[in-house]
Design a protein around this ligand. Structure first.
Ligand code: NDP
Length: 332
């Protein structure tokens, strides 16, 4: 089988961090009860960090990167799955501590799998990928915070990225008035076509701001962190909810307690990696009903396995639009 392999390098032996397309013996796959013929994986922000070594995502070396995949079960020692079943996997340490999806085969624990919803092909499931499933988790967090379309404008930051694009598409389909924040003015038409009512320059949010600002947002999906998240909280309306899932600007959060204690704002943390199975199933089933297939296609680029290596630095530089699907069987 072919796989991307990340070698973390070893200063003592003068070897450097590197990622390469490699031939790997199937007998080297890690332990697990289900072996899957992977069809598609994706390039999420975290995968790009792992492939380039820009952040310490990879915990073991060598590591097959790829935090998600969709494919067909080849063999299973677990009664919940049989050969031929279509499955999807997001997170659970894949590509970090357990060999991941940027490979033609994967072996994993059955507990980590979700049956592929009938509404999706394996390629569509990976067009959604972890970024899209996280966007849905963020939308569910807003709903649990009682943010409704009638509550007012909802902000999405990092809007032209993967999480952002899917969040814009879902929220607009659900009837929300979506404001998209982006650093790429040239993506205004793209974001409007996904359903954004208006587009703002992310520079309006990215600098240090006041503890409280004029109330504007009924809710927000934030993929960016840092001053942006602080400014979003400061401008969130009374009892609004902000779903925080990302750190594209930075992992810091230079805020004060003021939005929380004076306006009852909720900061809802969203984690996709160890999210419980019931919530994953809810998110995937809601994606089947609340994400428009045409919008999904418009935000997706398909690349072969080896191209993930060259696309990763582009993604970290913020030059990739929407979602990148990796056809692990193409271009061998
Ligand atoms: P992408 O690279 O596709 O999108 C990130 C977007 O953030 C960019 O497209 C850009 O949007 C914006 N951005 C980039 N750099 C900056 C900056 N310096 N300041 C402000 N905005 C910036 O990544 P994903 O959508 O895959 O992931 C987004 C974030 O969510 C990442 O931090 C990722 O780690 C996190 N994440 C977390 C998950 C979880 O479980 N909590 C799961 C999945 C993702 P634009 O050009 O529109 O400004």
């Amino acid at each position: 089988m072919q796989a991307l392999l990340v070698h973390k390098g070893d200063k003592e032996h003068g070897t450097e961090y590197r990622t390469e397309l490699s031939d790997v013996a199937e007998t080297d796959l890690p332990e697990g009860s289900v072996t899957i013929a992977v069809e598609y994986s994706t390039l999420n922000y975290k995968d790009s960090l792992a492939i380039t070594g820009a952040s310490p995502v990879v915990r073991k070396s060598p590591m097959v990167p790829g935090i998600d995949f969709a494919g067909t079960v080849e063999t299973s020692d677990d009664e919940r799955y049989s050969a031929g079943d279509k499955v999807v996997l997001n997170g659970w340490g894949l590509g970090e501590t357990h060999w991941g999806g940027l490979a033609q085969k994967a072996r994993v624990r059955a507990d980590w799998l979700v049956a592929l919803p009938e509404a999706f092909t394996t390629q569509q499931a990976m067009a959604i990928g972890t970024a899209g499933y996280t966007a849905m988790l963020c939308v569910l967090a807003l709903e649990r915070g009682a943010v409704t379309p009638a509550s007012g404008e909802v902000l999405v930051t990092g809007a032209a990225g993967g999480v952002g694009s899917v969040a814009v598409a879902i929220l607009s389909k659900l009837g929300y008035t979506v404001v998209a924040s982006t650093g790429r003015a040239e993506e205004t038409d793209y974001l409007t076509a996904l359903g954004a009512s208006s587009v703002i320059d992310r520079a309006e949010l990215s600098e240090p701001g006041r503890p409280l600002a004029k109330e504007r947002w009924a809710g927000a999906v934030d993929a960016v962190g840092s001053h942006t998240l602080a400014n979003v909280c400061a401008a969130t309306k009374y009892r609004g909810t902000v779903a925080a899932c990302g750190l594209a600007q930075g992992m810091d959060l230079p805020t004060t307690v003021m939005p929380f204690i004076l306006r009852g704002v909720t900061l809802a943390g969203v984690d996709s990696v160890y999210c419980p199975l019931e919530l994953r199933q809810e998110a995937w089933s809601r994606l089947a009903s609340d994400l428009n297939a045409e919008a999904l296609a418009s935000m997706t680029t398909l690349i072969p396995l080896a191209a993930a290596i060259t696309t990763a630095p582009e993604q970290l530089a913020g030059r990739v639009r929407g979602r990148v699907v990796v056809d692990v069987n193409a271009g061998q």
